[in-house]
Design a binder for this molecule. Sequence first.
Ligand SMILES: [Zn+2]
Ligand SMILES: [Zn+2]
Length: 380
Amino acid sequence: MKISKIAKTPAKPKIIWLNTLVFAITFIVAVLGLPVYCYFYDYNLATIIMFLLATAFCGMSITAGYHRLWSHRAYETNIIIRFIFAVGGAFAIQNSALHWCSDHRVHHRHVDDNDIDPYSAKKGFWYSHIGWMLREYQAHRYHDYKNVKDLQRDPIVRWQHKYYLALVLITNFGFPLLTGIITGSIIGSFLLIGFVRLVVSHHVTFFINSLAHLWGTQPYSNKNTARDNPLVALLTYGEGYHNFHHAFEFDYRNAIKWWQFDPTKWLIKSLSYVGLAKNLKKCPEVRIARSIAAQQLNKTQDRLSSLSLPDKEELIEKLQNEYELLLIKMSDFYRIKKARLDTAKGLVIDNIDLYGQYNELKKCWFEQQKSWQTFIHQYA
Ligand SMILES: [Zn+2]
Ligand SMILES: [Zn+2]
C-alpha cells in the first residue's frame, strides 16, 4: 500500500453560523437599506442625533467599560456606571463582558502568538478583524474563565453574563423602537439605530484588533505588532494609540498627549472629576520616556548597522554614549520633579532649594534631549 507523501492541510474548524449570519445580514441590510431608504424618505435631525448617541454609547461602553475598566482594571467606578456599560456592551452585541475580557486578557498575554492569541494580527487583516469569530477556532477554551475570576466577583458582570441574550434582544429592539416612537419614524429608526449603528460599532471595535496591529508607528515598543495611529484613534474613541496601550496596558489612557484624540480617557477623567471614577492608574512619566528613548536607540542602531559608513563603529559608540547621558539626565529630572510634587503635597518637608534645582535639571534634560534628537535624526 502506497503512503502519500503529501501532508494533509488540517481541516478548518466548523463555521459558527449564528455569528456569520448576524454579521452578514446586519451588514447587507445596513449597506443596501440605508441608501434606498434615504432615496425615498428623509431622516429627521432627532433620529440622526439619536443614531450618533447610540453609536457612541455602544462604542464607549466597550472602550471605557469592557476594555479599560474590566479587562485592565485601569480605574474603578460605581455600580450605576458599571450597569450602564453592561447595557451598552450588550447593545453592541460583542458577547458578555466576562467573555470579552477573557479573550482580551489572553490577547495581551500571548499577543501575536498564532496558536494562543485569539485574534493574532500575524494571521492577517481578515482573521484579526472578523475571521476569528466566524469559525470554532476558540471552541477548546470557550467556557474557560480562569483568567477573569476577579470579574466574576462583580455582580454586574455576573448579571450581564447570565442575562446576556435577553439584554441583547431588549436593547436592540427596545432602543430603535423607542426612538422610532419618539421621532415618528419606526422603519427609519430600526434601519439607522438598529442596523447601521450595530455595523458601525462592530467594525470600529474590530479595527482595534486588525488595523491597530497592522498600520501605524511603534514609538514605545516593537516587541509586538501593536501600533499607534491617530486615524484609527479617531474611529475607535482613542483606542488607536495601541502601541502605547500594549506597552502600558494598565494605564487608563491610550493617548498621553493633550492634543491626541482619546475621548475614552476624557470620559474616565470627567467621571473622576464628579466623583464617579477613582484610582485612575497612570504609568510613571519616567518609564514612558525611557521606553521612547530605548525604542529610538534600537531603531538608530539598526539603521546605522545597515549603512556602509567608514566611521560606523565610532558612530555606534557615540550613539550609545549619548543614550546613556540621556538616561542620566532623564532620571535626574524626573527624580527632582517627584520630590517637588511630594513637597507640594506636604508628603516631604525639605529645606533644600528644590525650585532652583528643578529648573537646573530640567534645563539639562532638555538640552540633552535636543542633542540626542539632532544625533538620531541624522540617521532616521
Ligand atoms: Zn491589541
Ligand atoms: Zn487592552
